[in-house]
Ligand binder design. Sequence first.
Ligand code: NAD
Length: 486
Amino acid sequence: MATAAIDQKQLLINNEWRPASSGKTMDVINPATEDVCASVASADRADLDAAVDAARAALNGPWGQMSARERGRLVRKLGERLMERADEVSRLETLHNGKPINESRHVEIPAAAECFEYYGGWSDKVMGETIPVKGNHLAYTLREPVGVVAAIVPWNFPLLLAAWKVAPALACGNTVILKPASQTPLTALALGEIAIEVGLPKGVLNVLTGPGSTLGQAIVEHPGIDKIAFTGDTSTGKGIMRGAAETLKKITLELGGKSPNIVLADADIESAIRGATIGIFYGKGEVCAAGSRLLVDRSIKSEFVDKLVARAKKIVAGDPLDPKTRLGAISSKKQLETDLRYIEIAKKEGATLVAGGGRTDIGTGKGYFMQPTVFADVRPEMTIAREEIFGPVLAAIEFADLDEAIARANDSTYGLAAGIWTRDIKKAHYVARKLQAGTVWINTYNVYDTAAPFGGYKQSGFGREMSAHALEHYTQIKSVWVDLNM
Ligand code: NAD
């Protein structure tokens, strides 16, 4: 029973596991071995229609009638059951994504479970207000669910980014169609199985696996879907925004980044090196908020880069399923090729390669593994300083003074996150206010909590995930007026 869904690898529609109506399937590749590790159904418009009908019916069925407290209890149970199955689900996350099991088991899956716990607690605390209006009227607001929500998620944190959407959507009484990335569908299917195990009524959470270009596009166009919560590439996000205009769907977009990590001359150098390393090599750099632009004060640049390179060279790729591994496999052949292409561009444009720079292997002759890579002498106009690579490739750029550091940090179409390292508390807060980014980390990097909002400025998207702010995107406000004249 525990792994039934994964064995079947079918679509979850109305609490039933079904093959795609077309009979089509897609292979899932383990990036550490290049083997096919699963085959899943490939849904199309007919399957989507069925899922939308189920999700719509659930809004008008037991789910719509359920008390907010009971709904919250079920959302919390999703998190509890996920933790009970954490070993197995973490293994799936590592199998299809290539991330170290240490990250899946001790960071991502617990964070996803915590997200369900957090939003389950919110369910019965989402409320309207009474308003002191003119005349003899009672005016109040109701906060109602938006309706059928589609959650479209990428491959880098497949289950966590699903939880960031599914948990608040369910907590607010919506129903959900979850579409994982084609490369990483397995943990979304496990979540579907958990939903059945904890007793989520039928149609409340539906999981459709399939390609973005067809299934994703059909979701964007479908008139029966009220809202899309999307995480992924900026260009895909722009297409979703254009496509959603036709049916005026509500959308929230969490998109790419080219986040600056700024080291001032007075920083605690050892901590800053640790932070710069975690900023770019955690998650193989396949982290939307990765600190991929390291901005270092000119006066400490040589010393800092030398120490960073020494540290980077100690990080060796290994078998993702080995608990000791800290650098796993790049998620796909396509992403590996992207990383390598940017390395060639950087060399051609005159950046100095000081660490890594190529593919590696872990002794098996298989798998998409990369060396941790650092470029020094990167100028702000170079391609690797401007475009998101989404791999373990760091661009080190120098600055002369604080104003130049801020200007260079903000010289990007993106604005997802930023870091600042300094012992001067006034400078730290001054810079935090000047940076155009949705998250600023001071003397730390890559820390998250479900209670703290996360999302982008500029072309890194709009809307916030996590925290109480996310609830605004999964509810709509109705004003109710009552004539009190006797
Ligand atoms: P992607 O945009 O290719 O795919 C994301 C999802 O969208 C997948 O499920 C995909 O199947 C689907 N999709 C693709 N084309 C679609 C279309 N035309 N219509 C609807 N859906 C479509 O992105 P990716 O390569 O999976 O993920 C990497 C990107 O995600 C990076 O750019 C990264 O920065 C970004 N990201 C952002 C955040 C954030 O919070 N801002 C978090 C993680 C990843």
